[in-house]
Design a protein around this ligand. Structure first.
Ligand SMILES: C[S@@+](CC[C@H](N)C(=O)[O-])C[C@H]1O[C@@H](n2cnc3c(N)ncnc32)[C@H](O)[C@@H]1O
Length: 296
């Protein structure tokens, strides 16, 4: 089946990045190549795009889409934290802009066999980069109850973290937890019915927490804010789109610190959010927050 990812806040991102012919940009989270293609269109005829994604399916998809742009683009299957090394191998010192559109693409979310969705059925995998050693099932079946509780609480802001961690441990003592469905059943059974919201699936927070842990998502984001931004030229901008409050907080605090240190200037006093029209057309965009900072 074909799944298409709809890029979010495209106009806002392009305006903030000030795409112009001849400039060089990095899309660190290429996904289906939606934002990437737009950057290429707006920087034509001679702008250059370095695209990165650690997911093989995303790379295949984006490579197909960006093929018509020929040698105006280079694509790497890499974690975006390795951007400085990649630029070195390309003998590029600085770039004019970086985009990070965090989280999952619809391509990942909707393929049951990747194990990201609590709606579908699939193995508990959740690795965006399938070269990584540990799947979600590996972690769930090995971590101590205390560590499980911490992850659910910190990365999922799950108030029932302790109970769910205990239930996971008692279930795995019977047999290893291998599928998204068995994890979902444990969660439904454990959170008291009267606290189960009808609007937000009770499994949302646990799945989010485990996915963040499997992919070390917050650590990667922190690394970019600590040092990855240094590859920006003066006046170059970084745009980060986040999809939950933990990420947004890290971006907000990271940008503020860089502004205090005189390295960056924040270009979005408040985060941009999708228009009502966009939210209606693309419900997945609802939780998106876009922040931008400029190197000074
Ligand atoms: C929301 S999607 C990006 C969609 C893209 N902007 C588009 O228009 O199609 C996020 C992508 O980032 C990738 N990703 C997340 N963290 C990454 C990391 N640390 N390094 C490389 N890719 C990452 C995921 O594999 C996923 O394909």
């Amino acid at each position: 089946m074909e799944f298409k990812h709809i890029p979010v806040m495209v106009e806002e991102v392009m305006d903030l990045l000030r795409c112009e012919p001849g400039r060089t940009y990095v899309d660190g989270t290429l996904g289906g190549g939606g934002h990437g293609e737009e950057i290429l269109k707006r920087t034509g005829p001679d702008g250059f795009l370095i695209g990165m994604d650690w997911d093989k399916e995303a790379i295949d998809e984006a490579s197909k889409r960006l093929k018509p742009y020929g040698n105006r683009t280079r694509i790497f299957r890499e974690n975006f934290i390795h951007l400085p090394e990649i630029l070195k191998t390309m003998k590029i010192e600085t770039v004019d802009g970086i985009l990070l559109d965090l989280g999952l693409s619809s391509i990942q979310l909707e393929r049951g066999e990747r194990g990201f969705s609590f709606r579908g059925e699939g193995p508990l995998d959740m690795r965006m980069d399938e070269r990584k050693d540990h799947t979600a099932a590996d972690l769930l079946n090995a971590l101590s109850p205390e560590e499980l509780e911490r992850i659910l609480f910190e990365y999922g802001e799950e108030r029932w973290a302790k109970r769910i961690a205990k239930a996971i441990v008692s279930e795995r003592e019977q047999e290893p937890i291998q599928t998204t469905e068995s994890l979902r059943r444990i969660i439904y059974r454990t959170i008291p019915k009267r606290f189960q919201s009808r609007r937000i699936d009770p499994a949302t927070r646990t799945f989010q927490a485990i996915r963040i842990k499997v992919n070390e998502e917050l650590e990667n984001l922190k690394r970019v804010l600590e040092s990855g931004w240094k590859v920006l030229s003066k006046g170059g901008r970084i745009c980060i789109i986040s999809f939950h409050s933990l990420e947004d907080r890290i971006v907000k605090e990271g940008f503020r610190r860089l502004e205090r240190e005189g390295m960056m200037q924040i270009a979005t006093k408040k985060p941009f959010v999708p228009s009502e029209e966009e939210q209606e057309k693309n419900p997945r965009s609802r939780s998106a927050k876009l922040r931008c900072a400029e190197r000074i």
